[in-house]
Every structure is written in structure tokens, then in C-alpha cells.
Design a protein around this ligand. Structure first.
Ligand code: PAF
Length: 330
């Protein structure tokens, strides 16, 4: 063999070896996961996604990476959940507003005035009940890893100050596509209008709805004072969020990567809660500073009394025992 032919073969062998290495573990391509959520990067959802991503990248040495799609860039929450089931979306952070259409048992946490306060809600969700609820997602084609948080939902509208139940009469309130929320607002005398979040700001601007209800974290992130005049701190429903993974993506992960995603989700959930703690007071002040008329408190006992017929329906649906067990949790 001539010298030049020998040099060529050696070069090809080196090249082949490099290619083999590149396709092997040393240069394995990272598993990239699109993570979708409804709000801006600078929100409790963004905080959760970043903490989750950082933790996973660190624990897996970069073998799993997240690519963030904030502000409903992958669609509304219903589309996100469908995407997870189909495997077109790998990861999502989704409110329970959309989830009970997929996992009906989740609807129980959406019952108005079920949780006494934030600590009560966190305790129930981090305890056996909440963890069993997460396990129920599996049967519906979803992997649920942790409960994050939005805070308690409050009411905003453009018609008048809502100081009590009577003021809700006939108000067209956008609600999530959630049967428990719809029942509650209908029972209170409002006209609940289920609508996907990406349509809400436009509908408020056009006046096709009078108001909406969401926690302060959402009010601040979406700057709802630009399209709403009145805020009433009703605290009518605690709003948890689920940190979810698509089973198709989950199936591609090693046991170590699955553990990293699970641990990371817990950190993401805690990050959302810390963000909510910080924004709760600040957000109301910002709303006031931006011209919103704020009703600081309502008579919650009067709201509960008006909701009595709805509570009967919820008890039939979810079982009085379950409701009592949640209420009795310290
Ligand atoms: O109202 C909703 O639909 C949800 O709370 C939101 C704003 C999409 C956040 O998950």
C-alpha cells in the first residue's frame, strides 16, 4: 500500500471512531423537553419552570434539558394537557381549572371555601390525599409529579364594586372550563362564561364578559388592571397547579432521569409557592396604584350560605366523607 493510501485509511478509521463516540454516551444528544405554561416567564409559573429546569439539568449533567414556551405559546391549558397525552408536548404546568375535564377526581380541590388558608391547602396536597390524587393522573395518560400553587382566586370586573353576593347578580364572569367553578358562580347568581385563558384579555377589552376570577399572582402577571376596574378579594377558591409530564417522554427517560424530574418538580412547586407568597401583598398594592378599586374583604359566611345548593351537588359528586376528611385536616 502506498504511503498516501495508508494515511487515508488511518484518517478514515479515526473519523469512524469519532463518529461512534459521538453517537455513544460521551456525546449523547440531550433529551430536550418543551415545557408549556399559560403565563409570562416572570410569573409563578416561570419561577416553577426555571427551578425545575435548573434542578433537572444539574442532576442529569445536562442529559435532559427544558425549552420554555411561556404565555400559552403552545396553546391554552386544555391543548397543553391534550399535547401531553398525545406526546406532542413533553412537560407542562397547568392549573386545576382545566384539569378536572381530564381527571374528574381533581375537581374536589376546586370547591369554594374548602381550604381554610394556604397552609391548610399545602398540607392537604403534600399529604397522603394530594399524593393519591397525583397518582390518579396515570390512568388518564398523564404523569403528575407535584402540586404547585397560584394562590386564592379573587374576582375582578368592570361593572361595579362587588361587596356581597347580591352584587354578583347577572355579572358575566369568565370562569375556567371547570364544572365545579361553573356550578359555584351559577349558584351565586352570576352568569358564568367558560373560556380558555388566551381569549380572556380580548373578551374583557371588547366587553363580551364583565369580569373574571384569578389569584393575585395572575392579576399581577397579566396586568389585569389594564382591562379591569374593580377587584374584590373574595379568596373564594384555592388554586393549585399540577406539574405534569407526558408518558411518551417519561418512557424515554432512565431511572436516574425520572428521579431527577421528580425531585426537580418538587423544587419547581416550592418555587411557585415562594413566588406567590411574595406577590400576594405587592400585587394588590400594584393594582391599587394602577387605579383599581379594591374591596379588601367580603363576608365569606354569607357566600358559603349562598353556595349551600352547590355544596349538596359537590357532596354527591365527590362524597361527603372526602370533603369532611379534607376539612378536618389540620
Ligand atoms: O384562569 C385560568 O385559566 C388559570 O388560572 C390561568 C390564568 C390560565 C393560569 O393557569
Amino acid at each position: 500500500m502506498s504511503v498516501s493510501r495508508r494515511t487515508f485509511s488511518a484518517a478514515s478509521a479515526l473519523c469512524a471512531a469519532t463518529l461512534t463516540l459521538a453517537s455513544g454516551t460521551a456525546f449523547a444528544q440531550a433529551k430536550e423537553a418543551k415545557i408549556g405554561y399559560a403565563l409570562a416567564v416572570n410569573s409563578h409559573y416561570g419561577a416553577a419552570a426555571q427551578a425545575w429546569a435548573d434542578s433537572v439539568e444539574k442532576a442529569t449533567g445536562g442529559s435532559v434539558k427544558f425549552k420554555q414556551f411561556a404565555s400559552s405559546a403552545l396553546g391554552g391549558e386544555r391543548e397543553l394537557v391534550e399535547g401531553l397525552q398525545l406526546g406532542t408536548v413533553e412537560i407542562a404546568i397547568v392549573s386545576t381549572g382545566a384539569l378536572s375535564n381530564f381527571v374528574p377526581d381533581v375537581g374536589v380541590v376546586d370547591i369554594p371555601f374548602l381550604f381554610r388558608d394556604t397552609q391548610h391547602a399545602r398540607h392537604v396536597l403534600d399529604g397522603a390525599f394530594g399524593q393519591e390524587l397525583l397518582a390518579k393522573f396515570q390512568k388518564r395518560g398523564l404523569v403528575a409529579l407535584a402540586w404547585g400553587e397560584q394562590g386564592f382566586r379573587h374576582l375582578t370586573n368592570n361593572k361595579h364594586a362587588v361587596k356581597g353576593v347580591a352584587d354578583l347578580k347577572g355579572l358575566k364572569i369568565r370562569v375556567t372550563e371547570n364544572p365545579v367553578h361553573i356550578t359555584a358562580f351559577r349558584t351565586l347568581g352570576a352568569a358564568p362564561t367558560p373560556m380558555s385563558w388566551p381569549e380572556v384579555i380580548g373578551a374583557l377589552q371588547q366587553g363580551t364578559i364583565d369580569g373574571q376570577e384569578n389569584p393575585v399572582s395572575v392579576l399581577a402577571s397579566a396586568k389585569l388592571w389594564q382591562v379591569q376596574k374593580h377587584l374584590t378579594l373574595t379568596s373564594h377558591v384555592y388554586a393549585p397547579v399540577a406539574l405534569l409530564v407526558s408518558p411518551a417522554f417519561w418512557g424515554k427517560l432512565s431511572e436516574g432521569e425520572k428521579a431527577a424530574l421528580t425531585e426537580g418538580a418538587k423544587k419547581g412547586a416550592l418555587a411557585s409557592r415562594a413566588f406567590v407568597d411574595a406577590v400576594e401583598k405587592k400585587g394588590v398594592e400594584e393594582a391599587r396604584a394602577n387605579g383599581m378599586q379594591v374591596v379588601d374583604k367580603v363576608d365569606q359566611a354569607a357566600f358559603r350560605a349562598a353556595l349551600e345548593p352547590a355544596y349538596k351537588e359537590y357532596a354527591k359528586k365527590f362524597g361527603q366523607k372526602t370533603l369532611d376528611a379534607i376539612t378536618a385536616t389540620k
